[in-house]
Design a binder for this molecule. Structure first.
Ligand SMILES: Nc1ncnc2c1ncn2[C@@H]1O[C@H](COP(=O)(O)OP(=O)(O)OP(=O)(O)O)[C@@H](O)[C@H]1O
Ligand SMILES: CC(C)(CO)[C@@H](O)C(=O)NCCC(=O)O
Ligand SMILES: [Mn+2]
Length: 865
């Protein structure tokens, strides 16, 4: 039986039911060869229809080199060969935004070229994308430590990045480099930059930059803005057509208040000199704190009632209810200190810090509200590093805005809070095409590796040790009314290292597109289940439990060298740190679903240069499955059409979902059969997109035979596979080889693969007897643009988007793509979702079912609308 062989993470690795568990034992000792027999394990556990050939993989051995990997995949995170840099040098902090272009992706191999030609994507060789693919990084330094910043720039040669890139900085000579800079320091330190780095700073207006940065973020980043009330963070979906006008309040050292009416249309309507510099400056003088974070952290243990004069202090414990003031309302910040005859040293630094923080935050909230009122604005976005993602600060500002506006105005915060100006300066480079970027061109990732690690290694001397943002306790939220007299001081303050994790690296991928067959892209949500804290706990455990095994595999895949071990260690640290961070605050990285979580892990692996942790396992499974394919095809061909279709679907699901006890949670097989067989005569599907999942039995004995059946019916088939490795998922680069092998056993596949450009001359002459067969419909392979076990249809490869245009059938296979994501997704054409639920919890949650139940969900288009 063709097993929908298990995914080592998405499946519950229990009771020997999952191959990779069993496989582990054999792997290290016998070089990975002997363990493959375990692939049979899930099938053995399952009731099965005896009609399918059994997988006997016991004789399978690895051919080729363990080290072999697909040469055409280049990491998206590899070399930084072109950089671009912009600065915002403020009174307190220097903010850097820099761009690194990765080396050209996988070379245009034959498959890709032929696919592009077929899909009409080669428009005379002209570049169809105005924007270069690459990554945007965000880094900050204290202005007082300008030298560190200069070292960083020079160590990464960020200022020279343009030399290799004529399109980005035409004619720039090394001694004539111009870097965009904003903030007061662009004026103050221009000479120093010239002296130390030989670059000229081109000054951009600070307010222009703040507005450009805010507009860009609100337009292009999906989960950028959020509200923060009573300790609750909620992301706000911004309607692009209803963004302006708004009030932008940038809380840096000082505060600028700007009314924004459109792109480049704004007015600085007010400001206040009581800002972040005031809190840090006064706080430092009064508490002897050595850093801003130390001061902020102190506030969390403070009690401001020892410092602030409350209404009750004045009114003998009574409310002044006539004007709506309760006894616990602060009547006068720091007012209590006048009545005591005490020295500064008699007050607790904790209390001082909290009073100060509250006073300044509240004041900023109140002034902002008054300005919003002045112009009739309902939305106020707060940026600047004073906010620092700190719960108490945000709650206090929100409280002030909410209280004074009686709920009319809303305070919102930005994840890239302090980087507005620097981003704006970055955007001011002409002709870089950033304006053309759409939301689906940007993928945010949260690495802890380069450049972060290398930066730490170089300058902080921490070696490979990563400061993990491990939570130190449970978050305490600020309760309603807490502002009158705060009892809880807000969230745990995270180390700067982990706070830096809040903002990921923005990958600019101009080749991504929205999948054109999504019924309603605006309403589409890939994740089936919201990750609340309970879900996080569950996944945290699964992913943590699996981590040592994954690290072993990853290290082995790189030859087990010392370097690989070091990287494996670093990967484990980094990924654990991310998990801990998310456990502490599930919304830390924006709205984060399981798809994002799994992607994060893959991205972490790539960040530490693990190209493909499962490469040898995948090869082994493919070879073993290909060995039994001929028998399977023969058996299938001996069946009648109806039995064959059933066997094929069963093969994909790896279970007899109809009469062997394993229940079908959703069973639309009959409907699908009717469409395929009864309705077929008049109208077979024109083109089917088959989204494949795992290597081995899954693709070889499940999806390829199904593809073959469709081809036979005259349906063009496009196999859609991952662009980058993720666990044991088959990739688009591996598929043509697998199809070519399978085609050796089958004329239908061979003709179709030839027609689809998957098989070239190398295969010619193997089966001359096919010459007389009619020209086949093509079998093609496209990459999906992802490197994750799940798929987000808002961001797929342009190749897939092009292939989708003529498709009238989608088949999504496997847990990641059809259960964890897209179970509820609606498409503009008939869709078949096939998956075995290899996770008890999910089976219960989604279907009230059991582990190893199956779904066969057919959604014909006329029924879905
Ligand atoms: N690590 C830090 N060191 C110093 N200040 C910090 C730090 N983290 C947060 N802050 C706070 O952020 C403020 C600076 O914010 P931001 O970088 O947005 O302003 P700036 O650009 O330096 O100032 P301005 O725009 O007024 O010139 C500081 O005054 C302080 O309140
Ligand atoms: C002077 C700037 C613009 C420098 O970033 C900022 O610190 C600020 O807006 N300060 C407040 C000045 C005022 O409007 O009173
Ligand atoms: Mn600033």
């Amino acid at each position: 039986m063709a097993a929908n062989n298990s995914d080592p993470i998405l499946d519950e690795g229990r009771g020997g039911g999952v191959k990779h568990e069993a496989e582990e034992a054999g792997e290290g000792k016998c070089g990975g060869g002997g363990g493959a027999a375990a692939t049979q394990a899930p099938a053995a556990m399952l009731p099965r229809s005896g009609s399918r050939p059994q997988l006997d993989l016991s004789g399978a051995a690895i051919h080729g080199n363990l080290e072999d990997r697909n040469p055409t995949i280049l990491l998206p995170n590899q070399s930084d060969d072109i950089s671009h840099l912009a600065l915002d040098i403020g009174g307190s902090l220097i903010k850097l935004v820099y761009f690194s272009r990765h080396a050209e992706h996988s070379s245009e191999d034959k498959r890709k070229l032929s696919m592009k030609r077929r899909l009409g994507m080669l428009n005379g060789g002209r570049r169809s994308y105005p924007v270069l693919g690459g990554r945007l990084h965000f880094v900050k330094f204290e202005t007082g430590k300008l030298n560190e910043c200069l070292d960083f720039i020079s160590s990464k040669q960020l200022h020279r990045g343009g030399v290799d890139s004529p399109s980005w900085r035409s004619g720039a000579q090394p001694d004539n480099i111009v870097i965009k800079a904003t903030g007061g320091g662009a004026f103050k330190y221009a000479d120093l930059f010239k002296e130390r780095l030989g670059v000229s700073l081109e000054k951009e207006d600070e307010m222009d930059c703040l507005v450009a940065g805010a507009n860009f973020l609100l337009k292009s980043i999906r989960h950028e803005a959020f509200t923060h009330m009573d300790g609750q963070k909620e992301y706000v979906q911004i309607d692009q057509n209803d963004l302006f006008p708004f009030l932008l309040v940038n809380v840096g050292s000082g505060v600028s208040i700007i009314k924004v009416d459109g792109h480049g249309k704004f007015q600085r309507v007010s400001g206040t000199n009581v800002g972040g510099g005031t809190y840090w400056g006064l706080g430092r003088l009064m508490t002897k704190c050595k850093s801003f974070d130390e001061l902020l952290e102190l506030s969390q243990r403070g009690d401001n009632s020892t410092i602030d004069m409350l209404v009750g202090d004045i009114y003998g414990g009574l409310d002044y209810s006539k004007i709506g003031l309760s006894a616990s309302t602060i009547a006068s910040s720091f007012g209590k200190t006048i009545s005591d005859d005490k020295e500064l040293s008699a007050y607790r630094p904790e209390d001082i810090s909290l009073s100060l923080l509250r006073m300044i935050s509240y004041n900023i909230g109140q002034i902002s509200y008054l300005n919003a009122l002045r112009y009739g604005l309902k939305r106020i976005f707060f940026g600047g590093f004073f906010i620092r993602g700190h719960a108490y600060t945000m709650d206090t500002i929100s409280f002030a805005v909410n209280f004074w506006s009686k709920g009319e105005a809303k305070a919102m915060f930005l994840r890239h809070e302090g980087f507005l100006g620097a981003l704006g300066a970055f955007m001011s480079y002409e002709k870089h095409g950033l304006d053309d970027l759409r939301i689906h061109h940007l993928v945010e990732r949260f690495p802890m590796g380069a450049p972060y690690i290398s930066w730490m290694e170089k300058f902080v001397q921490k070696g490979t040790q990563i400061t993990a943002p491990v939570p130190v306790g449970f978050p305490v939220t600020t309760g309603m009314g807490g502002f009158e007299r705060p009892t809880a001081k807000g969230d745990i303050l995270r180390s700067d290292a982990s706070a830096a994790l809040n903002v990921g690296v923005l990958h600019l991928v101009p080749t991504l597109d929205v999948f054109p067959l999504l019924e309603d892209p605006k309403m589409y949500e890939p994740n089936t289940i919201d990750l609340d804290l309970n879900e996080y706990k569950y996944w945290f455990k699964i992913l943590s439990d699996h981590l040592p095994d994954l690290v072993d595999k990853a290290v082995a895949s790189e030859g087990g060298t010392d370097d690989a071990k070091r990287r494996g260690d670093a990967f484990a640290h980094a990924f654990s740190a991310h998990l801990a961070r998310l456990m502490e605050e599930p919304a830390a990285y924006g709205k984060f679903g399981l798809a994002n979580l799994l992607e994060l892990r893959e991205e972490c692996l790539r960040e530490f240069q693990f190209v493909d942790a499962y490469v040898s396992i995948k090869q082994r499974e493919n070879e073993a499955s290909l060995a039994v394919l001929p028998d399977l095809l023969m058996e299938l061909d001996s069946m009648n059409e109806e039995a064959r279709l059933l066997a094929l679907i069963e093969g994909v699901l790896a279970a007899n979902i109809f009469d062997w006890g394993s229940r079908a949670c959703i069973d639309d097989f009959d409907m699908f059969k009717k469409r395929m067989l009864a309705d077929k005569k008049g109208q077979p599907y024109k083109r089917a997109l088959l989204f494949v999942d795992n290597s081995g039995a899954d693709v070889v004995l499940g999806m390829i035979p199904l593809a073959r059946e469709l081809l036979r019916n005259g349906t063009e088939v496009v196999l859609v596979a991952n662009s980058f490795p993720a666990l044991n998922d088959v990739t688009a680069n591996e598929l043509p080889g697998i199809v070519a092998e399978a085609a050796k056993h089958c004329g239908v596949l061979r003709k179709a693969a030839e027609a689809g450009g998957l098989i070239f001359d190398a295969m010619a002459g193997i089966q001359d007897d096919l010459k007389d067969e009619p020209v086949s419909v093509p079998l093609m392979v496209v990459e999906n643009g992802c490197g994750s076990p799940c798929i987000d249809f808002r961001q797929v490869s342009s190749e897939l988007a092009a292939a989708a245009k003529d498709a009238d059938l989608l088949i999504l296979e496997g847990m990641g793509r059809s259960l964890h994501t897209n179970l509820n997704a609606r498409f503009k054409c008939d869709t078949l979702k096939l998956a075995m639920v290899k996770n008890q919890r999910l089976a219960e949650k989604l279907f009230n079912g059991n582990i190893y139940d199956c779904i066969c969900k057919f959604e014909p288009v006329h029924l879905t609308s």
